[in-house]
Write a protein that binds this ligand. Structure first.
Ligand code: 5GP
Ligand code: ZN
Length: 142
């Protein structure tokens, strides 16, 4: 896609610090890392977000995540890592080319985990029921 910043990185029109590349996948350092070594792993075929990405593009990207995560762990001496996708503006997605973040974590790096809420009486059952129904419906649609 011509005006996509990550497509421009794939095409070499914008410089990046690449750490892995194959026919279908590119991984490069995030320009503003949560921790040093924070890497973005993207399919070379453009898709705007997770739900817009084909199954085959997802598979090729997910397949290389363990290799990249292990390499990052070794390179920066991390104690763990987070892998995540921000999907949609409400979830913090800024760049509309689907990408996985691989974020190395160090014990005591100071970041806190997400907050947790409690379900109200009967709320979990109601929500789970809605999700189950939706999953069943999508099964019949696809
Ligand atoms: P999002 O918030 O969309 O999930 O994440 C986009 C990420 O892309 C951000 O963490 C941001 O720092 C990174 N980013 C944005 N523009 C560039 C760029 O031109 N080069 C690189 N290497 N990373 C970028
Ligand atoms: Zn793109």
């Amino acid at each position: 896609m011509s005006d996509c910043i990550f497509c421009k990185i794939i095409a070499g029109e914008i410089p990046s610090e690449k750490v892995y590349e194959d026919e279908h996948v590119l991984a490069f350092l995030d320009i503003a890392p949560v921790n040093p070594g924070h890497t973005l792993v993207i399919p070379k075929t453009h898709s705007s977000d997770f739900l817009d990405t084909t199954e085959s593009s997802l598979i090729v990207v997910v397949k290389v995540l363990p290799k990249i995560a292990k390499a990052i762990m070794w390179a920066v001496g991390a104690d763990g890592f987070n892998i995540g996708v921000n999907n949609g503006a409400a979830a913090g997605q800024i760049v509309p080319h689907m990408h996985f973040h691989v974020i190395p974590r160090l014990s005591g790096d100071g970041y806190k985990s997400w907050g947790h809420r409690k379900y109200g009486e009967g709320e979990a059952l109601k929500i789970a029921e809605r999700i189950r129904t939706s999953v069943e419906n999508s099964r019949t649609i696809n």
